[in-house]
Every structure is written in structure tokens, then in C-alpha cells.
Design a protein around this ligand. Sequence first.
Ligand code: GTR
Length: 478
Amino acid sequence: MIMNERYNPMSLSIKKLLFLIIAALSWSNLIYAKSAATWIHSDADSLLYYEDIMANTDRLEDYEKARSWLNNYYRGIVTNDEAEVPDYELVDPLITADGQIVKDRSAWVSIRRPEIIAMFESYVYGKVPEFTYDIEFQTRSVDPDALGGMATRKQVSILFGEDNPDLSIDLLIYLPNHVRKPVPAIPGLSFYGNHTIHDDEGITISQKWMRPNESIGIRNNRATEATRGVYSERWHVEKLLQRGYGLVTAYAGDIEPDEHNRINESVRSLAYEENEEPASDEWGTIAAWAWGLSRMMDYLETDEDIDHDRIGLIGHSRLGKTALWAGALDERFAIVISNNSGSGGAALSSRRFGETIGVINTSFPHWFCKNYSRYNNKEHMLPFDQHMLLSLIAPRPLYVTSAEEDLWADPRGEFLSAREASPVYELYGLEGLPVTSLPAINHPVMGTIGYHIRDGRHGVTLFDWENYLDFADRFFKD
Ligand code: GTR
């Protein structure tokens, strides 16, 4: 006999039983959830809880919630007070992992330098995986009579093959007309495109995705004509040209857009299958930008108007962090200039002054490799610090700059870092930083490491440029 379940008294009581079991379970779950909430009462517990979610969840909503909780938490414990800087001890760049003292250049080059690079690759910026790619340089335009005849303007695109039609690094190059070629040149990336560095109408306006910024005319994540020249006061193109230097720039977003989860529009996509993600020790955005700078260098080495041995790299802020990492890895950059690079750049992390590792990893989770977040709030466990990044530039000239009011970037921490990189320069018989205590405001000091702290805020000024050019002249001009 076929029974209709709905009318079967036996089945009804089973349902009731089931209902009671489910209700009891949910009730006990409620209690459990409540006690879990009480259990997650201390910041330490919440930290573990949200760090775990941020590292492991696939759900965007949960990720964002965890990221925002962590970011608020880490920002809440930031200090700008010297009295609150914890005791810390810096790792000696000249003692190897197994405790040997590095006494000469050959031990530095063959043992310690590679050890330090490996640490920064595995725990900070991430290593570039092995991959092959096509590369091609295409000259888009040359104007020998730019800026009223003062300069030759070239626009050249670096392309990555037919399979990647949307990927291009578009270079803008100004070369001084009044000096004999080849000229020394200063490459550097920009935040919002080539057309922002000068109001020269010959510069192509970038059509790439950009971070929102109404105040400079970015609409719907795209640059507009209103964006032309908005950052000219950061670049001082004419000043560089007058001093006999060429300027080479590209938009950082050509290499990778500065936003979490835009890896598909970036050079990093060249290394992965669709939906494949970088491993925890593989490159983040800063390392991708640095890789892009090396591809720009590949082009520059083919340009006969530029002296390939006199190319000095500059970067400001997040792009200052990038310049340091690119300069550390790629020794073709003959000088490296870090302008207000701060946390994850020149500033020491263990001082925990201004922006900390926890803050930066939760504000910009894409910048570093995933492993870097192991040191959120755990700076005392770092087996290295940023002075060791600076030491990788040796024996090449390095210039570090701070701004007095830019406490977020920890001016003193940037200075100390430059000072603590000096012993590696001394191994080469060179003077690193010529002073041991923070110089007065607006008083540059220059050894093979140069440093100044200028008055004012985060930014790049004419004063900064004048000192960079004076510094470059010491090494690039007879
Ligand atoms: C800030 C960030 C800094 C610095 C700066 C910039 O928001 O906290 O590390 O890189 O951006 O790039 O302008």
C-alpha cells in the first residue's frame, strides 16, 4: 500500500522529533555562539580570529570585514611619540644567518647579499616566479622640438605580445637638446600617468584604470584632460633638462593597477594561468612595479641617446618603496633615490613609529607578498629590517629623503636605516652616510649615501630635486 506521508501518523511524530532535535541543536548553537562571542572578547583573540579570516576566506564580504576591523585596530595603536618607541635591536647586515662575520666584499656578494635578498623575497615583497614572456619596444612618437625647443620628447611603448593586447608600459622620455648625447637619465614611475607630470599637450593621456581622485580630474577611474600637468610641481622637468639630465617616466598602473584584485590587468598575469593566485612568498604589487622598472631599463639599454651607465632611479612614497626594491635587485640602476618611502621602504619597521606593518598590510593588502602579514604587530620577530634593504644598493650611491611633517613615514627611522646600511658601504672602502645623528632640517649630507630631511609635508619639491641632481652630479659628471 502506498501511503501518503502527509497523513501518516508515524511520519508526523518522526517529524516532530526531528524538529525538536533541530530546535535543541540550534538553541545549544546559540549558546555556543554567544559563549564564542564572549570568548572572543580580548583584542588578542579578535586579532587571531580576523587575521585568520583575512588570510583564508574566499568570501569577499568576510575578507573586507576582517580587513577593516584589523586596519582600525592597527591604526588605533600607531604612535607618533618617540617615548613610545619600543626597545629594539637591529640585525647586523654583516653577520650571516649561521653567525659568520662578513669581512670582505666577496663574502658579502656571495653569501650575505643573497641571503638578505632571499629574506626580502620570501617575507616582504615576494619573489618573481619563473615565466617566459614576449617583449617588444614600439616608438609611438618623437618630437625633437618639444617644450619650446628645449627637449626631445619620445613616447615608446613596451608591449608583451599578441596574447596580451591590453598590457603596455607607455614611456614618456624627455632628453635635453643642449647637451651632447648620450645623456644621463632619471627614470621614475608616476601615480596617475605621464600626462600628469607636465602640461605639455604632446603627451598622450593615459586611458588606463586609475584610483579614484576627483580633485585631479579622474572620472570613472579614467584620466581626463583636466588631469594634464596636475603633478608638474613634483617633477620639475625643465630643471632636470637644464641640468643635462633626461627624464623617463611611466604610469605605475600600466604595470599593475594599484588596487587589490586587479592582478588580471597586470604584468603578474603573464606568470599565471587564469584564476591562479601568487603563492604566499610570490610577488605583490610593489615587486610587480619593480619588475616593470627593469623592463623599462631593458628598453633604455637599447636607446642610444641615453648613457646606459648613468641611469639613476627615483621613486616617491609607495613608488619610493618600489624604487628601493627595484634598485636592490637590478644593479643596472646606478643610483637609487628614495623620496619619503616610509614603511616598507627606507623606514625601520622595528621602531613601530608611524605606519606599521599591520597598518600597511591591511590598508594595501596587495602591495606585499602574503607572508609579510606574519609580521603584523610582530616587528620584534623580524629576522631583518629595512636598513638591510638599503644595504643591498651598496656600493652604488643611494639617497634617502624625509619630510619633517611626514611622521607617518617616520623620518628618524628613515635616517637611522640609512645610517645602519653604512657598514656595507665601508666594506667597499666607501663612506656611507657622513653623519651619525639626524642633520638639521634642510641641511643635506652626502657621502655615497645621501640624506636630507626638509621642512614641510609628504611630497617631492624643487629643493628635493636640486639635491638629487647635485648628488647625481657627484657620480655622473667629471
Ligand atoms: C599612504 C601609505 C604610505 C605611502 C603613501 C603614498 O597612504 O600609507 O605607505 O606609500 O600612501 O604612496 O603616497
